[in-house]
Write a protein that binds this ligand. Sequence first.
Ligand code: FMN
Length: 206
Amino acid sequence: MQIDPSLHSNEDNYRVLTNLVVPRPIAWVTSLSQTGVINLAPFSFFNAVGGDPLYVVISIGCRDDGAPKDTAKNIQTSGDFVVNLVTEDLLGAMNISAADFPSTESELIAANLHVAPSVHAKAPRLAQAQASLECKLYHSQSLGTNTLFIGEVVMFHVADHLLGPRLQIKNFAPIGRLGSPATYCRTTDRFEVPRVTYAQWQKDSR
Ligand SMILES: Cc1cc2nc3c(=O)[nH]c(=O)nc-3n(C[C@H](O)[C@H](O)[C@H](O)COP(=O)(O)O)c2cc1C
């Protein structure tokens, strides 16, 4: 079956897209408002898109009333944000932080979370997260009703128990988002597939 998005509602198209492009990693973003409120919210239109320099993207829509979300406003005004990664122990807190809290109220208190200072970003990082990426806003770009934010990663914070020799990350298992609105997956079922060179493939296929 073919599904032509031009013949369907935005809502249906969004559901199809977000049930096909899975699993999506979740950026659990801390950002700082102009009045000093620490905001926390999850975004699964998120990925790593550059290695040198290190770039990540998040894409933020509008609230139901058309107003910008707090995270988008804060990143535009402060010029930085922190992506905290969500492990299963933090899933309940992540879900609470996605509620439409007023701008004046920090999600941190409701979700029973604490922050630790960042090194370069004004926005603090989540103390309970096993890994966080401090990001400086590199560029923002309108994408229809969303805004795409490209952040340059300027500092990693990684829990000691995840680190092996030569910066090897061991057994980090953040959750992923499957179909929206509320299906998730674990990333603990793993397997290795060694890469092949073209020469190796030619030799093996003879
Ligand atoms: C797992 C998850 C992923 C989400 N991903 C996005 C996203 O990529 N873009 C977006 O605009 N909203 C996304 N949302 C909804 C926002 O988290 C929600 O609108 C939140 O209230 C925004 O908070 P803020 O106004 O404090 O920035 C997601 C929600 C959940 C639970």
